[in-house]
Design a protein around this ligand. Structure first.
Ligand SMILES: Cc1cc2nc3c(=O)[nH]c(=O)nc-3n(C[C@H](O)[C@H](O)[C@H](O)COP(=O)(O)OP(=O)(O)OC[C@H]3O[C@@H](n4cnc5c(N)ncnc54)[C@H](O)[C@@H]3O)c2cc1C
Length: 431
């Protein structure tokens, strides 16, 4: 197939079709607030909702449209999301902290489910489960050992699927079996963001978009934040800029690594044809270091297929054919499926592959979800809001762990190209 692009091809998230970004607001910046939150994604809105509910006047600003960052661009796959295992974390800190951090992943998944269900958020939430597929036999062996080695107190339901039975999960022979996590879920990221925006505003939060903050300076016990729309005095400031963190907050910028993640959506096909590919409508990821993640659209008519297919490239027209090639390697059935949408966004990796939350130089922050932040940003956004209020429940085992950086790193990930090149080679090896 030479032309993979549909006639109505667009370089914007598929999610924006049904959840368009809100029209730019015309509201004037207040001169003074109790809490100013920088960034209007899941982290920022959850933090703001919490502080507004706690009686603090709260303003959220965003450099672009509300939710312009990852929160309206992601793959909509919801999981427990803490990357390092218990042994790694216990070795790095101690058993108690390691256990506590792993537990936060489970808490985050519980938190988002309870939040969506109790607030009745209209966001296509479905606890469909995940099929995590082994890209080689060695990885299958590793996955197959998981159920027997679950740490006490951190057990989650899981089911091993050998290669011979894989077709009950996915109409592809590309993988070597896998594991199912039935509690993982899918949602519509754009709708989830709009619903969060709605209830944050209902709690009294003011949101001003197209208002990048350009400077933060101390002012007595508080801060003066300069934006393109004027200055605001705030007693407390929450930095919720994640993979879009800029030079204004150099301490945080030195600690997050912005990495491009890319997605395409295919043209609509009949539901039966698409459900034949993923018969249980599960979300799928694989064991490659440069992971591919995909799922059906909420209306079951499209494949939404993502991965890290570029080093420094940020042009969705360039990433689309690469993703289409990979997609058709897994599903040759989709060879003739044209691409209607291609987009990308910057996830925030960290040097220790953990999220981080805390206070530095008087500024609160929560960030660094390493590519799986739907549940974590929801949860740690809420927690950092509680910390601003000085509430004990805001505490997390991540509070006192160091947020590492590297010498000479100032926010420009010059090492990304060689790292991705290395991982690409590694993914080809039988390890
Ligand atoms: C393509 C892609 C696919 C993904 N898929 C998944 C997935 O399937 N599952 C999952 O769990 N996670 C996924 N993620 C990650 C997840 O979306 C993020 O971890 C989560 O949305 C982070 O939310 P956030 O609020 O912290 O940051 P963001 O939503 O990125 O928000 C940060 C905001 O800060 C604003 N900002 C930055 N600087 C300033 C400034 N100076 N002044 C004002 N505003 C500023 C930005 O404009 C931006 O809107 C994916 C991400 C991408 C990009």
């Amino acid at each position: 197939m030479t032309d993979i692009f549909a006639a109505d091809y667009r370089e914007q998230p598929y999610w924006w079709d049904d959840a368009p970004r809100p029209a730019p607001c015309a509201e004037k910046l207040p001169a003074k607030v109790d809490v100013l939150v920088i960034g209007s994604g899941y982290t920022g809105l959850m933090a703001a909702r919490e502080t507004a509910k706690g009686g603090r006047s709260t303003l959220v600003i965003d450099a672009k449209d509300a939710g312009f960052g990852c929160s309206s661009r992601n793959g909509g796959q919801v999981s427990t999301s803490i990357k390092p295992d218990l042994a790694t974390l216990s070795g790095r800190y101690n058993q108690e902290i390691g256990f506590g951090i792993r537990k936060e992943g489970l808490n985050a998944l519980d938190c988002i489910r309870t939040f969506i269900e109790s607030e009745k958020l209209d966001c296509d939430w479905r606890q469909v489960g995940r099929f995590h597929a082994a890209h080689n036999p060695k990885q299958y062996e590793t996955l197959a050992a998981y159920p027997k080695s679950q740490p006490k107190g951190l057990e989650v339901p899981m089911e091993i699927v050998p290669a011979a039975e894989q077709r009950r999960e996915i109409a592809s022979d590309y993988y070597h079996g896998g594991i199912v996590y039935p509690h993982h879920a899918s949602l519509h990221p754009g709708k989830y963001h709009l619903e969060m925006l709605r209830i944050a505003k209902a709690a009294g939060v003011q949101v001003i978009d197209h208002c990048p903050a350009t400077n933060i300076e101390r002012d007595g016990n508080g801060f003066i934040v300069t934006t393109v729309k004027g200055k605001v005095a705030a007693r407390d400031v929450v930095v919720a800029s994640n993979g879009y963190t800029g030079p204004m907050t150099p301490w945080q910028r030195r600690r997050v690594i912005p990495i491009g993640s890319y997605i395409i959506a295919t043209e609509p096909w009949p539901k039966e044809k698409m459900l034949a590919l993923l018969p249980k409508d599960r979300v799928v990821s694989d064991t490659r270091k440069l992971v591919f993640y995909y799922r059906l659209s909420p209306d079951l008519t499209r494949m939404v297929f993502g991965g890290r297919v570029a080093y420094m490239e940020n042009n969705p027209r360039v990433s689309a054919p690469r993703l289409h090639d990979w997609m058709t390697l897994i599903f040759p059935q989709l060879k003739s499926a044209r691409v209607t949408h291609s987009w990308m966004g910057y996830v925030a990796y960290t040097f220790d592959t953990l999220p981080h939350i805390g206070k530095q130089d008087g500024l609160y922050y929560a960030m660094g979800y390493c590519g799986s932040g739907i549940s974590l940003a929801t949860y740690f956004g809420m927690r950092i809001g509680q910390q601003v209020l000085g509430r004990a429940e805001g505490g997390t085992p991540l509070d006192n762990i160091p947020f590492p950086t590297r010498p000479l790193y100032s926010g420009n990930p010059w090492f990304l190209a060689p790292s991705i090149f290395y991982y690409r080679l590694r993914d080809k090896l039988p390890i």
